[in-house]
Every structure is written in structure tokens, then in C-alpha cells.
Design a protein around this ligand. Structure first.
Ligand code: FES
Ligand SMILES: [Fe+2]
Length: 455
């Protein structure tokens, strides 16, 4: 370990045996710098969906950490991810959110690049570089690895990182519940909603991995409005029958999964329309397509419509509500949220529109549930500006010691949904990435942690 990392003493910040977190992990600029290098510089990061760049020349602009990235569909149908940084003097060469093009031309001095990132044209080339321009060396930097998983495209800068499918591990089983419900898979509908919140990215990622607990209180008003009472046969404000009662009252069992930094939580429901966040048209669609989903995914996942999930570090989604989002870090105290609406490709246009409206109403920038969540994270970030407040460790010991592996086909390390197994796992994995330079050591440490958890 080099001196810089030793000085930060990362191990002392995350105590998963006691379930304590030192607040500086959310506020310290030096830790943030190390995250950009060792987390965002080495993990598989979600870029976009294949449905967003179907044709040759299509591109989509995104970020890996704070690095701007252009994802482009090549002439041969393959996909490249390029650093959106002119090699001359670092301007961005592409500004539209997405589109179709034959070239990316830098607005500063006009260097022009093909969709594969190679330099095509340098203005006044012979005059400006009389000894020859090194065009073959001055192409846009290409992201080392790009892989797709059932339509989702991921990029990774590090050749040592495990292959995408190994990196995902058991979270892929949970993700299939969104990507694989119907023949044809999934697609992104509409544009991307983007907004900035004043909090560290880990609050958002951790909550989607691990925190069902907040729903009862933070979303209490939404639950009151949307959830009916037992035995009440009237409809709620969205026209849903009283079956739309809070899921924790009706579920027969529940689960939290946490492994390799990833996390998920869901309830075992008995009805395909049990998620009371969604409106009537979307609930109908889940009823109508239940048998197809069941034949592809089995009972548990076909009914798993209210799950919360995070694939480490920053890709989160909610089953049923159709929101998939990325928490782009913007310094230790800021996060740019990008929310996509993901649906089954085989759904009708009307249903896709209904999904978009439903996702926006609950989890758009002004969504009734989104506002509840963001408020909490922003407020914590404000509190942690205080000197005294920063001395107090956060308590993440819920369900500590009750982890187990199930024998009913549901994979990975699990606990009761109202636990913090996934949060502890996420912070442990995060710390291991920051501490260890080599992936072999990260994986060794992670395996050791999980071995001790399931004795
Ligand atoms: S910075 Fe792009 S051409 Fe000069
Ligand atoms: Fe929430």
C-alpha cells in the first residue's frame, strides 16, 4: 500500500464487524479522489442501453465517474466507448445528449474524429505540423473494455477487472427480473431525466442496495394516499383496488441480498400487481404478462415487482416502477442523477407511455417518492458539515450476524429485508477497492469477508 492510501487509513473508516461507518467517507475530498481512481477507474459502469444506439453512427453521451464518455455504434454493429476529450487541448468533441453522426468535430480548433475515435482531419495540417501530425496516435482515448448484458452496455477502464458476468455475480439473477420478463428483452423508453442533488453518491447507491426500512417512514404520506386499508374495497387515488396495500403487510416473506458490493431487497408477493407505486395501466400490464414472465423467470421473480437494487457502484433500479438510474459522482458533496425508464420491448406503445408516466410520477425529478428520498440524503450531507457531527459514526448494524444462504434457489448472501447486510457488504467492498491495488487482492479480501459472514 502506498503512503497516500496508508495515511487515509481506510480500514478504520468501515467497521463491518461492529456495523459502524466514519462520516468522512461521504465528505473527504481525498477519499473522493481515490474513489475516482480505484472505484470508477476499475469497476464495470453502466453506459447506456443498446436500444438507445441501434444504428451505425448512433451515439450516446454519458460519464464514467467524472470522465465524459461517448458510446458509439460502429459500422460493423459493434460498440465503442470513447473519452469525450479532444487530444489537442482537452475540449469535449461531442455535446448533444445523443444522435447520429459521421464525425465528432472539436469546436475549439476543429480537429475531427470518426465514430471509431480515429483522427480524420486537422485544419491546416501541413502548415501547423510541418514535421507531420501523429494522427494515428492522436485518436480519442478508447475505454479498454465494453461488454453488454442483455441489452445493458457497460464500460471498464481496467484490464484486470473480472469479466462483466463474473463482476456481476448473483446480482445478474435479480437484474434478469427486469431485463428478461418477455421475449425480446428490454428497452429504454423516452429520454433521460437528469438532475443534481447535493449529496454524496454513496447515500443513493446504498439506499437502493439496502434500505427498505426508510419506506415506512420517509414515504409514509405516499403510502397513506396510495395504499388502501385491509378490508376496504374502495379504490385509491390511482383507481387501484385495495389489493394495493403496502407490500410489507401482504407479503409472505422477504429478502435482502448483499454480495460483491451489490445489493437487492424484495418481498415475496402472491399477486402480479402488488406494487402500489404503479398506476392502473401498468398494474394491468403486469397481470396480463404474468404467465409469460413466470415461464421465463419462475414464480419468485415473475412476482417480484417491488424490488430495490444497486449494482455496485452506481447503477440502481426498481422493479415494477421501471426506473433505472445512474448516480454520477460530482465531487464528495454532489451527485448527478440520470433516470431512465426501462420496459419490456414487447410492450405496446400505449403501455410504454404508461410506464413512462408512472416512473416519472413516482421517481422523476419531482416524483413523489424521489423527493422524499433526495431530501434525506441532502439533509445528512448538510449535517455532516458540522465538526461535532463528523465525530459520530453512522450505525449500520441492523441484522448483523443473521446472514445466511438460502436453500430455495435464491442466490447469494441474504438476510431479512429490514437489515443492513447489503450496506455493510457495499462499504466493505468499497474499502477493499480503495485499499488494494491489485484485483486479486480485492477478490481475496471480499471472499474472506463473505466466508466469515456465513460460518
Ligand atoms: S482543443 Fe480540440 S482542436 Fe484544439
Ligand atoms: Fe425511497
Amino acid at each position: 500500500m502506498n503512503n497516500r492510501i496508508e495515511a487515509l487509513n481506510i480500514n478504520s473508516l468501515v467497521d463491518v464487524k461492529e456495523g459502524r461507518i466514519v462520516p468522512s467517507i461521504y465528505t473527504d475530498p481525498q477519499i473522493y479522489e481515490l474513489e475516482l481512481e480505484r472505484v470508477f477507474g476499475r469497476t464495470w459502469l453502466f453506459l447506456c442501453h443498446e436500444s438507445q444506439i441501434p444504428k451505425s453512427g448512433d451515439f450516446f453521451n454519458t460519464y464514467m465517474g467524472e470522465d465524459p464518455i461517448i458510446v458509439t455504434r460502429q459500422k460493423d454493429g459493434s460498440i465503442k466507448a470513447l473519452l469525450n476529450q479532444c487530444r489537442h487541448r482537452s475540449m469535449r468533441v461531442s455535446y448533444a445528449d445523443c444522435g447520429n453522426t459521421r464525425a465528432f468535430t472539436c469546436p475549439y480548433h476543429g480537429w475531427s474524429y470518426g465514430i471509431d475515435g480515429t483522427v480524420k482531419d486537422i485544419p491546416l495540417e501541413n502548415l501547423a505540423y510541418p514535421h507531420g501530425a501523429c494522427k494515428e496516435k492522436w485518436g480519442l482515448l478508447e475505454v479498454n473494455r465494453v461488454e453488454s448484458y442483455k441489452g445493458l452496455i457497460f464500460g471498464c477502464w481496467d484490464d484486470e477487472t473480472p469479466d462483466l458476468i463474473d463482476y456481476m455475480g448473483d446480482i445478474a439473477w435479480y437484474l434478469d427480473g427486469v431485463l428478461d420478463r418477455r421475449e425480446g428483452g428490454s428497452e429504454i423508453v423516452g429520454g433521460v431525466q437528469k438532475w443534481v442533488i447535493d449529496c454524496n453518491w454513496k447515500f443513493a447507491a446504498e439506499q437502493f442496495a439496502s434500505d427498505q426500512y426508510h419506506t415506512l417512514v420517509s414515504h409514509a404520506s405516499a403510502v397513506q394516499v396510495l395504499g388502501g386499508k385491509q378490508g376496504d374495497n374502495s379504490t385509491n387515488q390511482l383507481g387501484q383496488a385495495q389489493t394495493a396495500r403496502p407490500i410489507w403487510e401482504t407479503a409472505k416473506d422477504n429478502i435482502q441480498f448483499g454480495q460483491n458490493g451489490h445489493g437487492s431487497g424484495f418481498f415475496f408477493t402472491e399477486k402480479p400487481d402488488a406494487n402500489f407505486w404503479v398506476d392502473g395501466e401498468v398494474a394491468n400490464y403486469f397481470r396480463e404478462t404474468y404467465e409469460e414472465a413466470r415461464s421465463r423467470l419462475g414464480d419468485v421473480r415473475a412476482l417480484r415487482l417491488a424490488g430495490h437494487n444497486n449494482m455496485f457502484p452506481t447503477m440502481s433500479w426498481l422493479n415494477g416502477t421501471a426506473t433505472l438510474r445512474v448516480w454520477h459522482p460530482r465531487g464528495p458533496n454532489k451527485t448527478e442523477v440520470w433516470a431512465f425508464c426501462i420496459t419490456d420491448k414487447a410492450a405496446s406503445d400505449e403501455v410504454k407511455e404508461a410506464f413512462e408516466r408512472s416512473a416519472t410520477r413516482a421517481f422523476g425529478p419531482a416524483g413523489f417518492a424521489e423527493a422524499d428520498d433526495g431530501e434525506n440524503w441532502i439533509e445528512i450531507q448538510k449535517v455532516l458539515r458540522g465538526h461535532k457531527a463528523r465525530q459520530n459514526k453512522l450505525i449500520v448494524e441492523m441484522g448483523l450476524g443473521n446472514e445466511k444462504c438460502r436453500d430455495d434457489g435464491i442466490p447469494g448472501i441474504t438476510n431479512h429485508i429490514f437489515s443492513e447486510t447489503a450496506a455493510r457488504g457495499m462499504y466493505r467492498y468499497w474499502a477493499d477497492l480503495l485499499i488494494h491495488e491489485k484485483w486479486t487482492d480485492v477478490l481475496k479480501a471480499s471472499a474472506q469477508y463473505e466466508k466469515e459472514l456465513i460460518k
